[in-house]
Design a protein around this ligand. Structure first.
Ligand code: RIB
Ligand code: CA
Length: 312
């Protein structure tokens, strides 16, 4: 089966790390590059974390350092969820390779210019790098097949009552992406809060016995603390946000979604960073995103487990 060409833009981050394990373990992607965004932690830390995770799973692909901060705003990090390092929990290997010299925006342009086919983009952090690329290289927009992103929400937020972290950190960047005209799949909190990993799933990963399975379990041990202390409605599960954006590309049939008009609020006092999703098409606007809102959790967890089982 032909591999899917993809550029992954992420801010590792526990669930970003699980997303990388799914992407590489699935064997279904031609990962042209990993670019790192500032979000869960500072750019220094997300870049280091990406290199460590890729070293752990034996994935030596070009890694590009992304923007240091949002387009117009101060950086807000999520150390309350991911810890001081951004990947608290397992002891990870020192990186066996370095990032490319080119910054991420130029790196994305180089890859798309060289590519003979369109490329998927999978952002799972703030959309700063993607927006900066679109502003700098508008003529390369047509080399992007689709953007399958983790971000936003139809009816809820996690940083404010209505704004999800990735969008909240850089609302202007998100607005540029959603208005770009590029096909978008939006995996927001409505689906990711159903993509839950429970202790039994964590123990199953640990019992794999390979380095990646043990590290995944230790990452989820720490990641679960926040959810058990702050999201009691999830019955002890932790939300595997970022793997959804990759899993949708692997098996969209495992999800429920619908085309919707989506825009991003950048000004509201209470609503800045909100993805305004016209779920019932009351505005009668052209849909610009496939909005994902449900999934088969068992299939999702099994996909992740099988991917991690083949990693080092
Ligand atoms: O709101 C969840 C998102 O914010 C996930 O991508 C998580 O990794 C953080 O970046
Ligand atoms: Ca993330």
């Amino acid at each position: 089966m032909k591999k899917i060409p993809v550029i992954i833009d992420c801010d590792p981050g526990h669930d970003d790390a699980m997303m990388l394990m799914l992407a590489f373990g699935s064997g279904r992607f031609d990962v042209r590059a990993v670019t790192t965004s500032a979000g869960n932690q500072t750019q220094d830390k997300t870049l280091s974390n990406a290199l460590k995770i890729l070293t752990l799973i034996g994935a030596n692909v070009p890694v590009y350092r992304g923007c240091e901060k949002p387009l117009f705003r101060k950086l807000i990090i999520a150390d309350h969820v991911h810890g001081e390092t951004g990947l608290h929990g397992p002891i990870l290997p020192s990186p066996s390779f370095e990032a490319q010299a080119l910054p991420a925006v130029q790196g994305i342009a180089h890859i798309l210019e060289q590519s003979h086919e369109k490329v998927m983009i999978v952002p799972t952090g703030p959309l700063t790098n993607i927006a900066a690329f679109l502003l700098a290289y508008p003529h390369l927009k047509n080399k992007i097949e689709r953007i399958s992103l983790m971000g936003g929400g139809i009816f809820r937020g996690n940083m404010t009552p209505l704004a999800e972290f990735n969008i909240y950190v850089d609302p202007e960047a998100a607005q540029i992406v959603f208005r770009s005209g590029i096909p978008i799949t939006m995996c927001g909190l409505d689906v990711t809060h159903k993509a839950l990993v429970f202790q039994r799933d964590i123990e199953r990963l640990r019992s794999l016995g390979n380095k990646s399975g043990i590290a995944a379990a230790e990452l989820m041990d720490f990641f679960s603390i926040f959810y058990r202390e702050n999201r009691s409605e999830l019955d002890g599960g932790a939300a595997l946000h970022d793997p959804c954006a990759i899993a949708w590309l692997l098996d969209p049939g495992m999800f429920a979604s619908k085309p919707c008009f989506v825009d991003v609020e950048v000004n509201g006092t209470l609503t800045a960073g909100t993805t305004v999703v016209d779920f019932y098409d009351v505005l009668n606007q052209q849909a610009n995103a496939e909005v994902v809102y449900d999934l088969d959790r068992g299939k999702f967890i099994e996909l992740l487990y099988q991917a991690i089982s083949v990693l080092p």
